[in-house]
Design a protein. Sequence first.
Length: 261
Amino acid sequence: MEGPSLVILMEDLAPFVGTKVTKTAGSLPLAAGLMKQTLRSVKSWGKHALLLFDDSTLRIHFLMFGSYRIDEEKPDREPKLQLHFKKGRVNFYTCAIRPLTDAEIKAYDWSIDLMADEWDAAKVTKKVKAQAERPVCDVLMDQEIFAGLGNIIKNEVLFILKLHPDTLIADLSPTMIKRLVQESRDYCWQFYHWKKAGVLKKNWKVFRKRKCPECSGAVIKAPTGKGQRLSHFCPVCQSLGAPKPRAAARTKRQNSAELSP
């Protein structure tokens, strides 16, 4: 579950804020300790959902296949955590849940959360530039740089910018790095609006597609980067090794130097 989906989850949980837990269930051992506690607030950071109760804060990470349901259950599936409130109930499935310490809560950096009001483009750009020898696909998935960005957004942003997933940050011009940062932020919010409207999948250009929408060539699905996460990309529109402004200028300087007496 990516950052935009977590923001939607916060909106779905809003009716329960300020009310007490009346019943708990699920496989999580600490569930019983939440009985009669009031849900004081809910927040999202990146891919983390934070539930703040009277005397504890829970962090929920939905991993690869986590999900939730409001006022309904998945057939034949036991939730990891089920919370009942006077106004309804919420079920969390296939996720990692644990309490946070005060120090861990204070350590959250909201300036790199793509969905946060505190998001700082200049700070994120600086972080990206410091990753010169890393592939762009790995940098985009780094939650210490782009908190909330997941595999869907990675693939779509790279297609929009016509970048091969294995392109090194060192081969991107300063202008392209700025575009990468801003497009990541913009796409996250577009993702949010599409998902709210129920049209997210209809607007995917390359993720889980067979043909490129621009050249009609076959979309490749393959592991990329050092992390070897699957990427979906067009080898024609996103070719690796295409001349970049910085690389071309560097080659021109080297050739000039070699020809100089």
